[in-house]
Each structure stands twice: as C-alpha cells, then as structure tokens.
Design a binder for this molecule. Structure first.
Ligand code: NCD
Length: 304
C-alpha cells in the first residue's frame, strides 16, 4: 500500500505516468466516471481549506465514489484529545482512502504508519503540500509543454509557504531548472531547502528582494500569500503582508509568455486587474488540481 507524503514519493517516471493519466482524464472524463464506484474518500482536515478539500471531494465524486469527513479540528474528536494515530485507525474502518491536512509538520506521516488505507498529505504545517505540487506540475506541463529548461520565480513567503518547499523539491529533478527566490529578508527560504536541496544538488538560484529585478527573466512567476497563521506576532505580519503586489505595471516587465501561478487563496499579492491578463493562470491551475487528484486517487487505489 502506498501513501503520498512528499512529491518525492513518486519517481520522475511515476510522476510522468500520473500526469499523463491526468491529461487523459481532462480529455475523456466520461471514461473515468465510474472508476471509483463504491469507494469512499475521507477528508480529515484539522486546518482551514477551501480548494484542497473541495477539489479532493470533487475528484472522488467525478470518479463515481463518495466522500465523508470533517473540516476542522473543533468538529472532530481531536478537540477531545484523540491522537491522529487513533483517528486514522478508526477512519480505516469507514473509508478506502484518506486526505489529511494538519497544522503539525509530520502528522500525516504519523497517521500513515498506523493506517490500513492510503493516506495523502494535504498539507502539514509549513512543511509540504504534495498535491498542490502535482497541481503545479500539471499546470506548467500543460501550458508550457514540458517541465524542463525554465526560470522559475518564487515570490512572497518562502519561509512558511509549504507549497514552495514542495515545488522546489519536485522541480529540481528536471533538467535546466533555475530559481529566482524573491522575498524580504525575514521570509527567505529556510536553510534546509537552500543548502540541503538547492546547493547540495547544484541547482542554479539567486535570492532577490525586488520583484521588478527578477520579472524580465522569468518563465513562471509563482506568487504566494504571507502565511499569517504561522507568524508568531501580528505586527510582523502587518509589516510584511503587502510587501509584494503584482500589478499590471509590473506585468509589463515580464516576457509575453510568462505564466503567473498562485496556489490560492490570494489576499493582496495579485491585484485583481491582473486576472484578465492572458498570462494569469491561477484559476486554470485550480481546474488542473481536480484532474491531478483524480489521477492520484486512481493510482493509490491501484485502479489503473
Ligand atoms: C495553500 C496551502 O494551504 O498551503 N493553499 C492551497 O492548498 N491551495 C496556500 C496557502 O494557504 O497560502
């Protein structure tokens, strides 16, 4: 039985197959409409979510399966003190597969060790968010044609943003990838990514503070929200929250075929005037998230 904790749990070949399956699902949705008849997905979310939880649920419903779950720690027995290990043993009796989001790094991994069903990490604290990464990879591959030879700008909260950490881990396995890490001093990428992932694998990268300086070089601009819930004090958040705002003016500095991605939710970091720019791909990205989660469910349930 396989779980998904990190994007590296799949080899590059396995990822290619998964993205190919997602492509086929996009083109022939009716072929998969009953692939999960009789199967149940549990969504166990101890932290807020709109997209991730609903896209998992939509994915399972599109496959003919059903869904059950909870959407906050307060409405689950966690509020009575139950451990994730016990909760997953119980969920294993009710469902065939589980997507779990938790504010503590490593909680879904602990759950997977006691689980009788595949567990998917749907975000664990500031650590990893592998299914957002699958979404990002499918979006880039579909809209750019391949995952290699790209200059990728990651902008915003690179310290606490788990989507960025997962995406870097996944992209370094493709040839010709170069990163521009755009953040204020306080929100720089953690050293366990800078040294242990980028430097250790000799991946070219630069760290810059001004978005305008990076803009002309980028093939992809990945904007992120400042992660308020992971700050220790409100003053720091208030000082940093509007550090980057992508506007029409800044878009003029970019290549004509640059793509703007964002895992969403957006707060202020992309001005709504950018939404009509053909390079804005963040709402398309949401749609790709459903196809890739359908592909993931089929793969982990060994239905393909
Ligand atoms: C992201 C997350 O939860 O980490 N959202 C998502 O799943 N699409 C990004 C964020 O919350 O900023």
């Amino acid at each position: 039985m396989r779980h998904l904790m990190s994007p590296l749990d799949f080899s590059v070949d396995e990822l290619d197959k998964l993205l190919d399956l997602a492509d086929d699902i996009e083109k022939n949705p009716q072929k998969y409409a009953h692939a999960c008849d009789g199967k149940k997905l549990a969504t166990c979310f101890y932290e807020p979510s709109t997209r991730t939880r609903l896209s998992f649920e939509a994915a399972m419903l599109n496959l003919g399966g059903s869904v059950l779950g909870f959407s906050s720690a307060d409405s689950s027995s966690a509020s009575k003190g139950e451990s994730v290990s016990d909760t997953i043993r119980v969920i294993s009796c009710y469902a065939d597969i589980c997507a779990m989001r938790h504010p503590k790094e490593g909680a879904p991994l602990v759950a997977s060790q006691k689980s009788r069903i595949p567990v998917i990490n749907a975000g664990d604290g500031g650590h990893q968010h592998p299914t957002q990464t699958l979404t990002d990879l499918l979006t880039i591959r579909s809209l750019k044609g391949s995952l290699g030879n790209l200059t990728i700008g990651l902008c915003g909260d690179l310290k606490f943003g788990r989507t960025v950490h997962s995406l870097i881990n996944a992209l370094i396995r493709y040839p010709g990838i170069r990163f521009m890490l755009i953040s204020p001093e306080e929100l720089r990428i953690p050293s366990y990514i800078r040294e242990d992932v980028l430097t250790a694998n000799q991946i070219p990268f630069s760290e810059v503070e001004r978005l305008e300086d990076a803009m002309p070089e980028l093939d992809i601009l990945y904007m992120t929200r400042v992660q308020r819930e992971r700050f220790f004090n409100e003053e720091d958040y208030v000082r940093l929250k509007n550090y980057y705002i992508l506007t029409k003016d800044k878009m003029e500095l970019a290549k004509e075929d640059m793509l703007v991605l964002h895992p969403l939710p957006r707060v202020n970091e992309i001005s709504v005037e950018v939404d009509d720019d053909p390079r804005a791909a963040y709402f398309k990205q949401v749609q790709y998230g459903v196809y890739v989660r359908m592909a993931l469910i089929l793969t982990l349930l060994e239905l393909v």
